[in-house]
Design a protein around this ligand. Structure first.
Ligand SMILES: [Cu+2]
Length: 117
C-alpha cells in the first residue's frame, strides 16, 4: 500500500516536472541576430541606434559594435522580428541590413552623422 502511494507520488512529480520543462522551453524563444549598420559613424550614432533597439517590445539585450558596424540583438521571437528591429533603426535615420534609412529622420541627423549612400 505504501509503495503504491510512493509510486503515484513519483509519477505525479515526474509529470509536473515534465510539464514545467516543456512550458519553460516553449516560453523562452530568445533569438540573437546581428543587424548590419553600414551608415553608423560615431558613438552618438551608436547610442541613438542602441536606444531605439532597446525600446522595441521583446528586445532583451543590444550590443552595438561601432567598429564592426553591427548590433547584436537578443529578442523574444514571439514578440518581435528582424523586420521590426530594422524598422526601429531606419526610423532613427540609419540603414539597417539592406533597409534604407528613413529620409526625414536622416535629414534631421547632425551633419557629421550623415553619410552619402
Ligand atoms: Cu554619429
Amino acid at each position: 500500500m505504501k509503495s503504491r502511494i510512493f509510486a503515484l507520488l513519483v509519477i505525479g512529480a515526474t509529470a509536473i516536472g515534465m510539464a514545467g520543462w516543456v512550458g519553460c522551453s516553449s516560453e523562452s524563444e530568445a533569438k540573437t541576430v546581428e543587424v548590419k549598420l553600414s551608415t553608423m559613424q560615431c558613438s552618438m550614432c551608436s547610442n541613438t541606434i542602441e536606444n531605439a533597439l532597446k525600446e522595441v517590445d521583446g528586445v532583451q539585450s543590444v550590443e552595438v559594435n561601432l567598429e564592426a558596424k553591427t548590433a547584436k540583438v537578443t529578442f523574444d521571437d514571439k514578440v518581435t522580428s528582424v523586420p521590426a528591429l530594422e524598422q526601429a533603426v531606419t526610423k532613427t535615420g540609419y540603414a539597417a541590413n539592406d533597409k534604407k534609412a528613413d529620409a526625414d529622420a536622416y535629414a534631421k541627423l547632425p551633419s557629421c552623422c550623415q553619410v552619402p549612400e
